[in-house]
Structures are given as C-alpha cells and as structure tokens.
Design a protein around this ligand. Structure first.
Ligand code: ADP
Ligand code: ZN
Ligand code: ZN
Length: 734
C-alpha cells in the first residue's frame, strides 16, 4: 500500500498519514491533495512518502483526490517553510498553507483562468461583407466588425465594453457566424527587452559605492544593511541595483511595511522600468492575488512588491530581495504563525543564493549589530541626496507653559510663521480619537472597558467611546457610574481634538488628518496623500501613519506634540522604538531644498535619550543602546522565547505557572534563564486574562531545545487544557 504524509491547517501540531487508492500515482512532495478529515474534506500538502505509518492499516483513510501533478513551490521555498516551521515551533501544515494564496488553500487549480472569448468563422466573414454593404442589422454588423482580419479569438470583454450583449453574440453563434473560444493568458517574456523608461539620476559618491558593492556579487547569498538617513536616496540605490539583475532576466522581490503608505515608492519602480510588476496589497480579491502569485511563480512578473506575507511568493528566477524600512515592526506577524519577515527573508536569500538588501534610516539594533560585527556588509549614506539639507532639531520645554490643544506658544508661533511663508506644517501625535480618557470631575472615576480594564478613548466623529485594545464601542455616558455626577470631562488630547481646535486657531488654512479613523474608507488615504502633495492642505495632523516614507516637498516644519509617555516604558525596546519614530517623523521635514525644522515638545528636555537623538542622531544613539544591551545581556546579545497564555479565569493561569516553571528549571539544558510567569503588558483583553513566561539564553540551540520540551509538556498536560497558549520566538513586544 502506498502512503503519504501530509500537513494541514488544523491547528493540531502534527502531520497526518493517508493511504492511496490502488492504481493512484504517488503525488509529488509539495503538491496538494484533497483528504477526508473528520467529516470534512481538507486541502493538504504532501510532505513525504513514508514506508510505514504509526496509524494501524485498517484506520488509515484513503485520500480523496490529487490536486496538483507537481510540487506547488520551488524546492528552495519548500525548504524555507520547513525551516520556518521548525524555527518558530509552528505546525508545518499551517505554515505551508498560510504561505499560499487563499484560493490554493481552498483547492483551486494553480493555473490562470482561461479568458472567455469569441472567434469569427468564414461564414461570419462573408456575413460581415454582406452587412457592410447594407443598413440592415446594425448591431450584428457592429459585433462582427470588432474582429480583426487575422480571425484571432477576441476576449468577451471587448464586446461587453462595446455594449454588445451576450444574447446578441449567442444569436450570431446560432447562425454559425462566430464560435466560443478560450484564450490562455500568454507569458509575457519581458526578459527579452529590459530597458530603462527613465534616465537614472547621477549617483552621489556614497550611493555609487553602495550600488557597486551590491552589484559586484549578485550570483550568491550576500546580506547588506543600507543605512541611509531619511532622504539620502535609498530608493534610487534600489532602482539602480535592480537594473543589471532584471537585465539578466532575474526577478526582484521588494518588501515594504505597508502598501497604502508607499504609493510614491511603487510609482518610482513603475516609472523606471515599465516591466510587468505585481503589487500584492490588501485591496486585491482572491483571484487577483492568485494571478499575481502565479505570475511571480511563472516568471511573468519582473518585480514583486508586497508587505510581510509577500515574502512567501515563489519566483521562477529569483534575483534579489529588498526589505525597505527593515526596522518596521509590521514585518513581524503578531498572531498565529509569529514569524519575522526580515529574518525569514535572510534564510530565503541564503537558500536561493541571492543578495538581500535591508534599507533604513533607523536600523533595528539586531540588524545593526549584525552589520557592525561583519555578518552583513554595512553600506552607509550619511548625506541627503540632491540639494536637500538636514533639518534642524529643537526641544521645547513645555513645563509651566499654557497649552492650547496641547500646543505651546512657541510651537503655535512657529506654525503661524511657516503657514505665512506658504509652506506646510506637519503635527505628529500618536493618539487617535478625541481624548484618551473620560473621567468624572466629582469623584475622579474613569470610564473603563470592563473586558480589558483599560480606559475608553473618546471619539467625537461620530460621538462614541471605543476601547483601543479590544475594539468594543459604546455610547458616551451622561453620568458617572460611580457617583452619578453628570460632570464628566475629557483628559488629554487626541488627533481629532487637535484637528478641531486648530480649525478655530487657523481658520484660513485647510487641515488634513491622517490616522486609522480618517482613512478607513478604501482609497481615502491615496486621495488625501495626493491632495497634500498638491498643496491643497497646509496643516497635516497624523499618527505614525504619517511618519512612514512619505515625500512631501513643501513640508518645512514638523512638530512632535507629545513624546513624554514613551520615555518611561518598562519594555526594553521602548527607547529604540521611540528613537526610530522620532527620526522617521523628523525625516519628513525639508526634503526638497527648503530648510526644515523639527520641534519636539517635552516635559523632560534634559532626558538623556532626547538629548542624544537631538544632538548626535540615531547612529550614535543606536551604538550606545547596543553597548547597554550588551552590558545587560539583552538581545541581540542573547535570545528570547516568550510563551503566552490566555484564559477566561485567572486561576487557570495560576495553576499552570508553578509546574511549568519547575519543569523549565529542571529541563534547562545549561545556559537558559527561566523567568517567572508574569502579567502581559495588557493583562486582560476582551475578557481574557493574559500572562507570559520569558525564556532567555545566550545560545540559540539550547533555548530551542528548552522550548521544545515545554511545548511537549503543554500539549499533554491536563493543566494546559483550558488555557490558550502560543510560542513567540524572538518576540519584539513583551
Ligand atoms: P530615501 O529613500 O533615502 O528617503 P529617496 O530615494 O526618496 O530617499 O530620495 C530623496 C529625494 O532625493 C528624492 O526626491 C530623490 O529623487 C532625490 N535623489 C535621490 N538620489 C539623488 C541623486 N543622486 N541626485 C539627485 N537627487 C537624488
Ligand atoms: Zn463620579
Ligand atoms: Zn476592551
């Protein structure tokens, strides 16, 4: 009897064996089969052909049918998924199926849909000649005239665009004048003619050094950190390193943090190359997503741009991977399969023997460490490209200052002056909504989400309270639930409030607010970004959405309204994140030859971190922060694994803590530190209690060994039955 072992998205952390009905050909490893599972049918991936099964022969079920005649993914990608499942301690079946477009997960064929078409017959040709000499049947004549002389099939869309109905075409078909056909989408063969549609810029010296370094060695694995300050011309470097790679007929995969936020970058790739390019974004429907995936796999797409999950797009002739804004936390998936796209991209590049370029103004400390220790080649761009000068930084001490909408007199004056000069102002406030809390002026009671035990955020447009942790919404109460007073007041300022107050203060100017609330509607972000570029708004207010990568040449003043809450966090990564945000926001100022200014309001102007950033920049801060991490043995000088637990009752978590910690200490292979179970940073969310256990080790292998032991125990222990648990390798928030 022939056996296959398959992976499935079952959330059971194991693989399954099936038998093959007699006379069935053995399906290839990496191909899909449809199998019975319980009383359902599931799509599964063939992982191996075992010679015997641990399941008794009479219990083995036969597969339903084979879906693919060959492996879906190239061998290197198959290997990558096996590595990722192992490294992140996640079920291979889930990893594999998550990496595929939804339609493939559901069992659709891995081929483009043939296009519905019509073809004219000889009889039809004769009819057309006949009709063209008379005024009869104008609709028929119009339809037949759409065929060209070559008698090639024409897509149905050509006729529907000309308002010719299917019924009319059916009549023609009945007469024998046309017949139905299908067209199979053609390969585009772009490789034959790669030319530049736009003259490249003349590189400055540092850019030229970077391009030359990367291009001299494109046939093998080589990781690069391109550390370039904001506006130093990193995108131009990407464009120029792509040229010889594309000319050699190889494909490029470009990962970006968020597609909606980078339309300008995507446009630059389009304009430079005019090559088939697929952009994988959330606006695609399932069919479009599959078609884009197939185009990449078949080699029809020269350039593939996408966010995190695009990392798993197969390429027929992989040439390079570029990770733009490599420090961005969106590259880490924060639920289910918690992989880091940057780290997996490095392994992919290694398996495919291609270069990988990580670009950023503010490298993650892990990446910087790898560059400083020589594991990655370090390329630096320290000057702004073109004629743009670096912006000047200034701290504003807001202690004892009267604030209007959270803005000090000094900041208001600077805004006024910039607007008078006809330039744009960007105000950055990382808090959406009207106010972060609603409280009772009589008793001080705060209105809280009972499922998370956190303050509700007050929104005014439309008026409601929203919990930013679980998404729960409710009407704004008129009375305090503790004392009954109707004297409820807001505290703190969010972007909505900033907008409404500035509207009164600067009534002559137009304001654009960019945050998740104002851009919820599809396309609204694009429209807003465009009208900012067109100078139709003079004051821009935004959360960190506004900080990422935009190039608005007319913005000369950038102000960070409130940075203080981020200065005193318990997360050891908080200062790194704050520094990155600060530099990225500041990078929006003065990008096109106009002098830019960055103002930072704070109650702690003497704070070391702020002083370091303002006076010495990110590079200095980061190297100092690395020394600190080394002294305290934190990542990247050690490795972390975090076990997360969630339960509806706190006791369930408490019962688990002791046995788990004991086991971890007993099974410690030597160098691991086992921390006690603690509350998660958000200890309760949507009615569930949350705790976590941190494991740390200077040695990766030992850490993973310990994690495996704990997972085995969690899978079997009765204490863990009513607890949801998950494993986070290299966690970035904790
Ligand atoms: P980054 O990606 O590093 O923020 P960009 O690639 O967006 O920087 O470049 C910033 C600006 O400088 C863009 O308008 C770009 O066209 C321009 N630029 C880049 N390189 C050069 C160059 N070598 N000469 C002139 N202008 C350049
Ligand atoms: Zn009260
Ligand atoms: Zn909540």
């Amino acid at each position: 009897m022939n056996l296959i072992r398959v992976g499935m998205a079952t959330h059971l952390r194991r693989n399954f064996d099936y038998s093959l009905p007699a006379q069935t050909q053995l399906p290839a490893v990496g191909s899909r089969v449809s199998v019975p599972f319980g009383n359902r049918q599931m799509t599964a991936i063939v992982l191996s052909h075992p010679t015997q099964s641990t399941v008794a022969a009479d219990k083995l079920r036969p597969i339903h049918h084979i879906i693919d005649t060959q492996a879906l993914l190239p061998h290197s990608l198959h290997q990558l998924l096996i590595w990722a499942a192992d490294y992140y301690h996640y079920n291979l079946g889930d990893v594999y199926l998550q990496a595929l477009p939804k339609l493939l997960r559901q069992g659709s064929p891995a081929s483009p849909v043939p296009i519905d078409a019509w073809q004219i017959t000889d009889k039809g040709q004769a009819r057309l000649i006949e009709l063209s000499q008379s005024a009869k049947a104008p609709k028929q004549r119009q339809a037949l005239a759409l065929f060209d002389d070559s008698q090639q099939p024409q897509p149905h869309s050509l006729f529907s665009a000309a308002k010719i109905s299917r019924a009319t075409l059916k009549t023609l078909e009945k007469q024998g004048w046309i017949r139905t056909q299908v067209i199979h989408p053609q390969s585009q063969n772009w490789q034959a003619d790669v030319h530049l549609a736009q003259t490249p810029l003349t590189l400055n010296r540092q850019q030229a050094v970077a391009v030359a370094a990367i291009n001299q060695n494109v046939q093998q694995f080589a990781p690069y950190l391109l550390e370039g300050i904001t506006g130093s011309g990193k995108t131009e470097v990407y464009l120029q390193i792509l040229e010889p790679i594309l000319k050699a007929g190889r494909q490029a995969l470009i990962l970006v943090p968020e597609i909606g936020l980078t339309p300008q970058t995507i446009a630059r790739f389009k304009q430079r190359f005019e090559l088939p390019m697929v952009v994988l974004h959330s606006g695609l429907n399932d069919r479009q997503r599959l078609d884009a995936w197939l185009a990449a796999r078949n080699g029809d797409a020269a350039i593939i741009i996408g966010t995190r999950s695009a990392l798993f797009t197969p390429m027929q002739a992989p040439g390079i991977i570029i990770i733009d804004e490599e420090h961005d936390s969106s590259f880490k998936q924060q639920d289910t399969f918690r992989y880091h796209a940057r780290d997996v991209a490095l392994m992919r590049a290694k398996l495919e023997q291609i270069p990988v370029v990580m670009g950023t103004a503010t490298p993650a400390l892990e990446t910087l460490h790898n560059a400083l220790t020589g594991r990655y080649q370090h390329l630096e761009l320290t000057e702004r490209a073109g004629n743009a000068a670096l912006a000047k930084y200034e701290l504003i001490d807001i202690r004892h200052q009267p604030l209007q909408a959270g803005l000090s007199p000094q900041l208001l004056a600077a805004v006024q002056q910039t607007l008078r000069q006809g330039q744009q102002v960007m105000l950055f406030l990382n808090r959406r909504g009207y106010a972060p809390a609603l409280l009772c002026h009589e008793c001080g009671g705060v209105v809280e989400c009972d499922r998370c035990e956190r303050f509700y955020t007050l929104h005014q447009a439309p008026p409601h309270l929203a919990c930013h942790h679980c998404g729960k919404q409710r009407p704004i109460p008129v009375q305090c639930q503790h004392c009954g007073s109707t004297n409820l007041v807001t505290t703190g300022v969010g972007t909505e409030q900033l907008e409404s107050q500035l509207k009164t203060l600067f009534a002559d100017y137009s304001i654009a607010r960019i945050d998740r609330d104002s851009t919820r509607r599809k396309g609204s972000l694009d429209t807003m970004l465009q009208s900012i570029s067109d100078n139709r708004h003079q004051i821009l207010i935004g959360t960190q959405m506004l900080a990422k990568g935009h190039h608005f040449p007319n913005v000369t003043l950038v102000a960070i309204v409130d940075i203080d809450h981020a200065l005193f966090s318990s997360d050891f990564r908080a200062s790194e994140r704050l520094a990155q945000l600060f530099i990225q926001v500041a990078g929006r100022a003065g990008r096109a030859g106009k002098a830019g200014k960055v103002l930072l309001q704070t109650h702690h102007p003497e704070h070391e971190l702020l002083q370091d950033l303002v006076n010495n920049g990110y590079g200095h801060f980061a190297r100092f922060a690395l020394a600190e991490r080394q002294a305290t043995e934190l990542p990247p000088f050690s490795y972390h694994a975090l076990l997360r637990f969630e339960a509806t009752a706190l006791e369930k978590l408490q019962q688990l803590a002791q046995p788990l910690e004991t086991l971890a200490k007993q099974s410690n292979p030597g160098s691991c530190w086992v921390f006690p179970m603690t509350e998660s940073p958000i200890p309760k969310r949507a009615g569930k209690y949350r705790q976590q256990q941190l494991l740390q080790a200077p040695n990766r292998r030992q850490l993973h060994q310990l994690v495996s032991i704990l997972i085995d125990w969690l899978e079997q222990s009765s204490q863990a039955k009513q607890v949801r648990w998950s494993v986070d390798i290299d966690p970035i928030d904790m």
